[in-house]
Design a protein around this ligand. Structure first.
Ligand SMILES: Nc1ncnc2c1ncn2[C@@H]1O[C@H](COP(=O)(O)OP(=O)(O)OP(=O)(O)O)[C@@H](O)[C@H]1O
Ligand SMILES: O=C(CO)[C@H](O)[C@H](O)COP(=O)(O)O
Length: 433
């Protein structure tokens, strides 16, 4: 029998503007780029359909489930469980084995923007719910494993980045369970209220992405991951993006934004940043080198660092694998206005390990011309001629579509698709129209 469909936990209302020190937005809200209208709509829907508003726990029978190891670590997590048996969803959806991918970054560093590109490359959609779920992919935000609610963190005098503020025992047991094909009752950290809501049902899926501050922090969780991605923003870029988002869209003051970034820095450096050392791919976003003394930080230099020894990764390259290449296709091949665009590819070392670097500095004047560049990017895993260009053209106004950030995000999304295909031996079919 097919498992009963459990309504997804609805999006909660706007995160309180009353917490000006908060630097991140609800990943779900950002994931769908939800305008206030959407949030209101979702609240109205919930009111009109009370079942939607009910906690997911109410719809599931978990009598023969077991308490998840780690649930005892926090009174907020007491109801976190793991199914005793493999989920029927495995059979019903013909899941070979769930592929689990980690995406790590600080808050506001473009995880949601990247994950929208991922779903687009997989040709799939996800629900507008606390945990986005689709036929193929589920995206779990690891903020849900915060040990304390917002008030509790204040009392304990810890930031959300601190290891003590996260229940890694529970995270490890539940992500491991999903990989084994078992459903879980996962806690919910509610960014709107700062509270921990009753747990929700999450079933195994073909692809499960775990995103947030610490997907690779705990060895037990890291060992479960099939592929790991780290989004690494230079401080100047982080500040510029924060200013753009939090000042323009949320009415925060500049001083407030800067103070918040500064206050997170020590714990960011201690608990989040070190994860990048062991990642399969790292996307560095840096200020351009094409404009001397650039102050605007709108033109970006992007470096994709690909671990040469990663089991499932075949690094992309320009022209000739292993060579060092600097390429400026501006002129007859590409329309470029100042400062133009420059590509670089070559071997390098990153924390003592060999990596291939694919780098793009600057932007595209005409996105359609990207197809010329695409013909020179080798082993990108495209399924048809022009797939990268088509993917960027599908949403030309998305952040980064006209510069290297969008291009590198699409390349990383294709790597994730390759990893999925390698691990499962199944092909993902996509449409070229
Ligand atoms: N490639 C890009 N170029 C320019 N701006 C970008 C790019 N990617 C993301 N941004 C901007 O940065 C901000 C944060 O992006 P996003 O919401 O994707 O980050 P996030 O890591 O999911 O944030 P949070 O953890 O706070 O939810 C947004 O305002 C977005 O428009
Ligand atoms: O770094 C973060 C990741 O999103 C948040 O700051 C953390 O999850 C705490 O959330 P909030 O500020 O809403 O209490």
């Amino acid at each position: 029998m097919a498992p009963a469909f459990i309504p997804a936990t609805p999006l909660s209302n706007a995160r309180a503007a009353a917490f000006p020190s908060a630097t991140c937005v609800s990943p779900r809200r950002a994931f769908f780029g939800a305008a206030p209208a959407l949030r209101v709509q979702s609240a109205v829907r919930a009111a009109a359909h009370p079942r939607r508003a009910a906690p997911r726990a109410a719809a599931v029978t978990t009598d023969n489930w077991v308490k998840a190891p780690g649930a005892e670590n926090s009174h907020h997590h007491a109801d976190a469980k793991i199914a005793a048996n493999v989920s029927q969803a495995m059979d019903v959806k013909r899941i070979t084995r769930p592929v689990i991918i980690g995406v790590a970054a600080d808050s506001g560093c473009g995880k949601s923007t990247f994950l929208r590109r991922v779903t687009s490359i997989f040709g799939t959609e996800v629900s507008k719910s606390h945990t986005p779920v689709g036929e193929f992919i589920t995206v779990i935000c690891l903020d849900d494993y915060h040990t304390h609610d917002r008030m509790g963190r204040r009392e304990a005098k810890v930031t959300a980045l601190d290891e003590r503020a996260n229940n890694f025992d529970l995270m490890a047991s539940q992500i491991q369970a999903l990989k084994e094909g078992k459903s879980i009752m996962k806690p919910i950290y509610n960014h709107e209220t700062g509270e921990i809501d009753p747990p929700e049902l999450v079933e195994p899926n073909h692809l499960v992405v775990i995103e947030g501050l610490h997907p690779m922090y705990d060895e037990r969780v890291r060992d479960v991951l099939d592929f790991t991605v780290y989004l690494d923003l230079a401080d100047e870029v982080k500040v510029a993006w924060k200013i753009q988002r939090d000042m323009a869209e949320r009415g925060h003051t500049l001083d407030n934004i800067l103070a918040s970034i500064e206050s997170r820095k020590p714990d960011f450096e201690k608990f989040v940043d070190p994860q990048k050392k062991n990642c399969d791919v790292v996307m560095e976003i840096l200020p351009t080198e094409l404009i001397p003394d650039d102050t605007e930080k709108k033109v970006l230099r992007v470096r994709l660092l690909q671990d040469e020894n990663c089991t499932h990764l075949e690094p992309v390259f320009l022209y000739d694998e292993g060579s060092t290449i600097d390429w400026v296709p501006c002129g007859r091949k590409l329309t470029c206005s100042y400062p133009g665009i420059k590509f670089h590819y070559g071997p390098d070392t990153y924390y003592d390990k060999p990596v291939s670097v694919f780098e793009v500095d600057g932007g595209f004047e005409k996105l359609e011309e990207m197809v010329y560049v695409e013909t020179h990017i080798e082993r990108s895993g495209t399924k048809f001629f022009g797939e990268i260009t088509q993917s960027l053209l599908r949403n030309p106004t998305a952040p980064g579509s006209k510069n290297g950030t969008g291009l590198v995000q699409v390349l990383m999304a294709m790597m994730m698709r390759n990893v999925y295909e390698k691990v499962t031996g199944k092909k993902v079919s996509v449409s070229s129209s």
